[in-house]
Design a protein. Structure first.
Length: 297
């Protein structure tokens, strides 16, 4: 049930007040930073931001961990510079520098959507900083990755702009229900529509379109991603919203399972935005894996 007098602007103000701004490469960057203890860095995808992880970070903080999520440039409350390199590879380097600014010496890493390839690159380049890796609905074979139908319009000029314009407070709740979650009854409508305002904030989503048109597909980048999950010293797990109609567990989940040599994928009854309705189960799995790191030492 919605709180009396609460609207989208109120939700955004509460969200902003719960985080802080840091400066990375001259870019004003928003970050959520909840709790104390071992750090858990959560990387979001598109068309989302750190807002997607708010419930998981709160749960992690209650369990004695420091939950952190940074809005990637071009999304959420972070700046959207016109001359920024919106590639996965550069995002990975950006987040490394953000981790330094946030004084994260080591951290458990959680990735989702395009945050997968970005996080894999980060982990492969800086394995000494990674304590564990949790993969939520994402992909790893960037060479053979075929964008789901919902992603394809955005990569084409004019069509992408038209598709973006169609995302509104009227259409997004329908998409959110069909693609994002199984049950919206406990998610206030103003929180659902906050995603629209955080996506289009300041630049009407122009930076988002740059991201969608800049997916890395080289063999070199795929090899880098694979280095994050193969022959690594830290534990790796995959958790999937098994009803995701876009990044399906049978295709993308199995690719990651095979690449990482995982015995199983932890399946949850949700869709692509599983952090919205399965945050408790996800947080429990992150903590369980985090504790296993110390049992092996």
């Amino acid at each position: 049930m919605a709180k009396k007098g609460r609207n989208i602007q109120t939700v955004i103000e509460e969200h902003e007040a719960s985080g802080k701004y840091i400066t990375v490469d001259g870019i004003r960057t928003f970050a959520l930073n909840y709790g104390r203890g071992e750090a858990v860095l959560c990387i979001h995808g598109v068309p989302t931001s750190s807002f997607l992880y708010r419930k998981i970070l709160t749960s992690l903080a209650k369990k004695g961990y420091r939950g952190v999520s940074v809005d990637l440039p071009g999304l959420g409350l972070s700046d959207r510079p016109k001359d920024f390199d919106y590639s996965f590879s550069n995002f990975a380097d950006f987040l490394y520098r953000a981790s330094i600014a946030l004084k994260l010496k080591k951290f458990h890493l959680v990735v989702h959507d395009i945050g997968g390839p970005i996080g894999f690159a980060l982990a492969a380049r800086h394995p000494h900083k990674i304590m564990s890796l949790t993969i939520l609905n994402s992909w790893i074979d960037v060479v053979n990755f075929k964008k789901p139908a919902v992603m394809r319009p955005f990569e084409k000029k004019l069509l992408g702009e038209a598709e973006l314009k169609m995302i509104s407070h009227v259409t997004w709740p329908v998409m959110f229900k069909g693609m994002g979650v199984v049950n919206t009854s406990r998610i206030p409508i103003e929180e659902i529509n906050t995603y629209v305002d955080l996506l289009k904030r300041n630049d009407e989503g122009k930076a988002f379109l740059k991201i969608m048109r800049n997916f890395e597909r080289s063999r070199e980048f795929r090899d880098l991603c694979l280095r994050a999950v193969q022959n690594v010293k830290y534990p790796v797990q995959a958790i999937w919203g098994e009803k995701d109609p876009a990044l399906t567990v049978d295709t993308f989940g199995k690719d990651i399972q095979e690449a990482a040599g995982l015995k199983e994928i932890i399946k949850l009854p949700s869709r692509h935005l599983l952090q919205e309705e399965a945050w408790l189960a996800i947080a429990d799995q992150i903590v369980e894996q985090a504790k296993s790191v110390h049992l092996k030492t």
